[in-house]
Design a protein. Structure first.
Length: 188
């Protein structure tokens, strides 16, 4: 089997223009007609952890593995803050390939996109190990606080239209959110 197409996909990438102001994250009409592997992390605010991961393994008994650990500790975040995350217009529309987008606004949010692809003739186990690696260690003084701030997450109805392949999107606005997308594919 010729895996040249996979190598070409991994080697190509696109850039997205983004605006990050205060606790507001916005992507507008960026990444249109992307081709290949595109990984975007956009964070506005404090103590954000965002990770996009792609592992490809080829060969007899090949197994793609990923290990991602995220840990937040320190001062408690202000839970009354206002935050917004938006993907507007035709962002990431009509693209091909593997797209991973993490967009976070606020504080102490964690996001993981993970894709594992193996081309093998041997057996392979499939597990949810990436999801279990995500933890938030709350500060000892992180008791109840006011949550009067506003949170808003927006995705345009035209964003991502016509895209083909793997599309993983995490959006979060607020404090202490944990989100993960995982995909494991084995081709024999």
């Amino acid at each position: 089997m010729n895996h040249l197409w996979m190598l070409l996909a991994v080697m190509s990438c696109s850039a997205a223009l983004a605006d990050t102001t205060g606790n507001n994250a916005s992507i507008d009409n960026s990444g249109k007609q992307y081709n290949g592997v595109v990984a975007i992390n956009q964070a506005a605010g404090d103590q954000q952890q965002l990770s996009n991961n792609l592992a490809i393994a080829v060969g007899h008994n090949a197994q793609a593995t990923l290990s991602v650990t995220q840990k937040i500790s320190g001062a408690a975040a202000d839970r009354s803050l206002s935050a917004s995350a938006a993907i507007q217009g035709n962002a990431f529309s009509h693209g091909n390939g593997a797209l991973s987008v993490n967009q976070s606004a606020g504080a102490q949010n964690q996001m993981i996109n993970a894709v594992r692809v193996s081309f093998t003739s041997g057996p392979q186990s499939i597990d949810d190990s990436v999801m279990s690696q995500q933890t938030v260690a709350l500060a000892t003084d992180s008791g109840l606080t006011s949550t009067t701030g506003s949170r808003q997450v927006v995705t345009s109805d035209q964003a991502f239209t016509g895209s083909r392949g793997v599309v993983q999107v995490n959006q979060s606005a607020g404090v202490g959110n944990r989100v993960a997308n995982t995909l494991n594919v084995r081709l024999n």
